[in-house]
Design a protein around this ligand. Structure first.
Ligand SMILES: [Zn+2]
Length: 102
C-alpha cells in the first residue's frame, strides 16, 4: 500500500529575471540569482492530452511557463487550450500526482 501525502503547489521565482523555476530551486537556472518561493497559480491550460487504460492524462501549462503532466480524469471531455484548475498534488517517495478539475 502506497502512502500519499498532500503537497502545496510552490514555485520559485527569480528576484532578477522573474523566470519561474519548477520544481522549486534555490537559485535561478537562467541567471543564477536567488529565487523567492511563493504559491503557484493553480489555473492552467491544457497543452495536449491522451488516454490510457487509467483514463485521461496530459500536459498542463501553469503561469505560461511551467508544464506538468497531470491526471485529467475529472475532466469529462478535455480540449486543447481548455482552462483547468490544479486541485490537488499527491506525493509519495517516488512520484507526484497532479489532479486537475475543470
Ligand atoms: Zn533569473
Amino acid at each position: 500500500m502506497e502512502e500519499y501525502s498532500d503537497e502545496e503547489f510552490i514555485v520559485s521565482e527569480c528576484i532578477k529575471c522573474k523566470i519561474i523555476n519548477w520544481p522549486a530551486l534555490k537559485f535561478c537556472k537562467n541567471c543564477l540569482n536567488p529565487n523567492t518561493l511563493r504559491k503557484g497559480n493553480s489555473i492552467g491550460r491544457i497543452i495536449e492530452f491522451s488516454k490510457n487504460e487509467q483514463g485521461y492524462f496530459g500536459i498542463v501549462e501553469f503561469e505560461g511557463q511551467i508544464r506538468i503532466i497531470c491526471n485529467l480524469n475529472q475532466i469529462n471531455n478535455p480540449k486543447i487550450n481548455q482552462e483547468v484548475i490544479l486541485k490537488k498534488i499527491k506525493k509519495n517517495n517516488l512520484n507526484h500526482s497532479f489532479q486537475i478539475s475543470s
